[in-house]
Every structure is written in C-alpha cells, then in structure tokens.
Design a protein around this ligand. Structure first.
Ligand SMILES: C[S@@+](CC[C@H](N)C(=O)[O-])C[C@H]1O[C@@H](n2cnc3c(N)ncnc32)[C@H](O)[C@@H]1O
Length: 315
C-alpha cells in the first residue's frame, strides 16, 4: 500500500484565534472548523477546552486523513466530514447539530497542497495541472484552461490574479491551446512568461498570480466564501463567534463587507428620509480592523505575511 506523504502545515495566527474564540471552560460547547486542514487550530482549541466538541470539515481527503491522526487524542469529541464549508449548516444538521458556539474558517490552500508537486498548485515544479482541493471534482486546472472562454479567462486573471495584462494573457491562452492543450504546470508557466515576462525585483513572480487566479476559479473559492458566511450566520447561537482567516485581498473584502452589512441595522441607499429595507443587525464585529501576524510569526512562517483575521459575534 502506498504511504501518504507527511502533512505539515503550521496553523497561522493560532494565538489570535485562541484569543478571539473563547468559551467557558466548564460548559459543553460546539465548534465547526470549516477548513480543518491538518487540524492545527482545532487541536489547540480542543486542548484548551476539555468540553469542546468539534465538527471538522474539509474538501481534501489528504487533509482529513492528517486531521484524523492529529485530533485522535480528543476521541469522540471530534467528527470529521469531507465536504465544503459553504454547506456547513447542512453538514451540521446531518450530524445532529442545530446550533454552534463558534465557527472557524481558515480559507485558501494549505502548505502541503502547495508543496506536493502532484497536486499541481505550484508553478515551481512541473506536474499535471490539477489544483483541485477535492480530487473527486471533475474540473481540473487543465480542463478549466482548455474549456473556458477568452472573456471569462480574462475576468479571472484580472479579478482573482489582479493581473493588468489579463486580456492579453487570455488571448494568448486561447492561441496556445489551439496548438497544444494545457496539460502540465510548465504549460501555464510558459503562458505567463510569454505574456508577462519576469516580475520586477521585490514583486511576486508573475506565475504566482496566474496560478492563484486559476486555483480560485477551479475551486470556486469566492462563492464558497460568500455561501459559507451566510451558512455560519444561520448556525451560530447568540453570543457565538465566527472567525475567518483569509490570504487574498478579495476574500478579506468579502468578509469585511459581510460583517459590515450584517452588523448594520439599515442598508437603504443614503439620503432616503425613512428606512425601507427592513434590514436588521444580526452581528457585531469584534475585530475593528483585520488582525495580522506579528513579525516573529512572519519570520518563522513567511506564508502568514498576508493572513488577515476578522471576527464577528452573533447578536
Ligand atoms: C489553510 S488550510 C487550513 C489549515 C488548518 N486551519 C490547520 O490548522 O491545519 C485550508 C484548508 O481548507 C480547505 N478548504 C479550502 N476551501 C474549502 C472549502 N470550500 N470547503 C472545505 N474545505 C476547504 C483546504 O483543503 C485546506 O485543507
């Protein structure tokens, strides 16, 4: 039987997660970790709160396998489910939970996903263009690049990769795939090099942005986040908290705007004499600004340099 590779992921902003997701130590509490990954954050919470029960969700079978081992110490306090956090309310109900005290989402890719060449997330190794977080899904990065229309590709490169020459990149992708379909990560690097060339010193290498854009599209990450936040809101008890760690400015903006909207009583356009939206505040933001990693954490783990944590509490 083949051995699964080691799953090494350092949980980011762990102290801050423990600082903001606080519970009474002597009461039974329920928490959903919607992106359980290798179980680093979950393990810290389970160790701190002996009565905490955890439902850990992840799309990635490798992550769940690692979480199973990491969290075995907590025995029956832990249930792990393969699924999407967008469906966390449905998954919780299927597991007999109708409300929870806390929800954690640490979105994006894990270090093993990036580091294992065969997952196809990284441009630094040549491998099949996969990039699926859930390997049961039909849509690989290769298929996405070979099937997507030029306009949609340009939108993805522009919005998700924040690439200025997104139109030229999409045009060249269509031209290239007519000669040879995209199959390997080196094909996508060749596209990036042909259109964007080398990045200026001090800037992210261009393939990083191109790969990030394709990964977000293949895994439908932004829609997952929007649905996941709504699902989280439905599941929290009053006083319960949702904590979200994101790594991309687009994701952070979605979280910030969601928290702002749901903590505002009236969302009518400005200038209306009376409120006609009927919107009610259901959340209160706990972190006024996004919490970022301290220098020492960044020095030990450069991947947390762009991590942003936002926390809100259900009213
Ligand atoms: C940054 S890692 C989480 C690491 C985890 N907090 C830990 O301490 O080990 C992100 C994880 O979220 C998972 N993921 C990303 N999007 C997801 C989604 N929509 N639904 C469920 N899991 C998702 C990935 O497969 C990955 O394992």
């Amino acid at each position: 039987m083949s051995q699964l590779p080691a799953f090494e992921h350092i949980p980011v902003l762990k102290d801050e997660v423990l600082q903001y997701l606080t519970f009474a130590e002597d009461h039974p509490v329920r928490l959903i970790d919607g992106t359980v990954g290798g179980g680093g954050h979950s393990a810290a919470l389970l160790e701190k709160y002996p009565k905490l029960e955890l439902l850990g969700i992840d799309r990635d079978d490798m992550a769940l396998n690692a979480a199973g081992k990491r969290l075995a110490f907590a025995g029956s306090r832990v249930r792990l489910v393969r699924g999407c956090y967008a469906d966390l309310a449905a998954i919780a109900v299927e597991n007999g939970w109708d409300q929870v005290d806390g929800i954690l989402l640490d979105i994006g890719v894990s270090s093993p996903q990036l580091d294992l060449p065969e997952r196809g997330f990284s441009w630094r190794n040549d491998a099949v263009l996969d990039m699926r977080m859930d390997r049961r899904s039909e849509l690989t990065a290769g298929r996405w690049l070979n099937r997507t229309g030029e306009a949609e590709m340009a939108r993805v490169f522009r919005e998700y990769g924040e690439i200025r020459r997104a139109g030229a990149l999409a045009k060249k992708a269509v031209e290239m795939r007519e000669n040879k379909p995209f199959a390997m990560t080196s094909d996508l690097v060749a596209l990036s090099d042909a259109v964007l060339g080398r990045a200026k010193p001090g800037h992210l290498p261009h393939p990083t942005l191109v790969f990030q854009a394709v990964r977000i599209a293949v895994n439908d990450e932004l829609r997952q986040l929007e649905s996941g936040l709504k699902s989280a809101l439905r599941m929290l008890v009053p006083g319960g908290r949702v904590a979200v760690i994101s790594f991309h400015s687009l994701e952070d903006r979605i979280v910030k705007n969601f928290f702002r909207k749901e903590s505002t009583a009236c969302i009518c356009p400005p200038g209306l004499p009376v409120c006609c939206c009927g919107h009610e505040a259901v959340l209160q933001t706990v972190t006024r600004h996004a919490v970022t990693a301290k220098e020492a954490e960044i020095a030990a783990n450069s991947r947390c340099a762009c991590a942003r944590l936002r926390v809100a509490e259900k009213l």
